[in-house]
Design a binder for this molecule. Structure first.
Ligand SMILES: CC(C)(COP(=O)(O)OP(=O)(O)OC[C@H]1O[C@@H](n2cnc3c(N)ncnc32)[C@H](O)[C@@H]1OP(=O)(O)O)[C@@H](O)C(=O)NCCC(=O)NCCS
Length: 235
């Protein structure tokens, strides 16, 4: 049996959402333990060890999340890399900051789920990506949270990725980071970082069901190194 070290999801996503998470530190060991599990096939063998280990640990976490729903199996992968969950289930996978995380829920409880974990950006990376991720209005909204700008931009980046992962299976199209705006932000400090929430508003029509103006909550938990965000679409 694999002996991955647990790294539970920190962000609270509400009733009906189950999760599993593992540390992804020792890539060689994870590949040795999980690389021959056929249920986790689907990624090119030529992928670099870090990517293979993250993929395998993410699939392992997804299998554990499905097991917590009473289901056996592992999500497949479509040709664009989107996970294929069993009928009647919504879920999401993310890896980063030395973790692989997955969430799942029955469709009667959740229509869509997206999670994202990111290492906090350095000031240089923030400067490079800022213009792609948020505009000046969003920066002023984010400043309601008393964190550094690289941290705030990482929170926005991660929340937008969670939103995309939540809606993509329902919308089926690529949307860039200007397709949603941060319109509110709040957080409280904790001994290790922040617990808070961003509010995202669709800036364009994503589909007939998800028009411009629709709002989504994205709770987050941040340490001094990383942030975890989520978006849950309820029936
Ligand atoms: C797809 C994307 C969201 C993945 O995020 P990431 O931070 O690069 O990587 P993460 O580790 O958090 O997530 C990767 C996992 O997301 C899942 N994923 C990939 N494509 C996905 C999609 N279209 N929809 C939902 N989940 C997807 C996969 O499970 C993948 O892991 P796996 O390949 O090991 O199975 C990102 O690469 C991307 O394309 N972003 C641009 C689109 C966007 O976010 N727009 C914002 C709109 S406001």
């Amino acid at each position: 049996m694999p002996t991955l070290e647990p790294a539970p999801l920190l962000v609270e996503l509400g009733p009906g959402v189950v999760s599993a998470g593992y540390r992804v530190d020792d890539h060689a060991r994870i590949i040795a333990e999980l690389g021959s599990v056929t249920a986790f096939a689907g990624l090119s063998e030529s992928a670099v060890p870090k990517r293979r280990a993250e993929f395998l640990a993410g699939r392992y976490a997804a299998r554990e999340a499905l097991a917590a729903l009473g289901l056996d199996g592992t999500p497949g992968r479509d040709e664009l890399g989107c996970p294929l969950w069993p009928t009647g289930v919504a879920g999401s996978i993310s890896h980063g900051a030395g973790r692989a995380l997955s969430v799942a829920g029955h469709s009667r409880d959740v229509h869509g789920l997206g999670i994202d974990v990111e290492q906090l950006m350095s000031p240089a990376v923030k400067d490079e990506l800022l213009a792609r991720i948020c505009d000046d209005d969003e920066r002023s909204v984010l400043a309601r949270v008393n964190a550094s700008e690289p941290a705030l931009v990482t929170f926005a980046f991660s929340a937008k990725e969670s939103l995309y992962k939540c809606l993509y299976p329902l919308v089926g199209r690529f949307m860039d980071f200007s397709a949603a705006s941060v319109v509110d932000a709040s957080a409280t400090s904790t001994p290790s970082g922040f617990v808070g929430e961003l509010c995202l508003e669709l800036a364009v029509d994503w589909s007939a069901s998800f028009p411009r103006g629709r709002r989504f909550r994205s709770p987050f938990v941040a340490s001094d190194r990383h942030v975890e965000t989520g978006v849950v679409l309820r029936p």
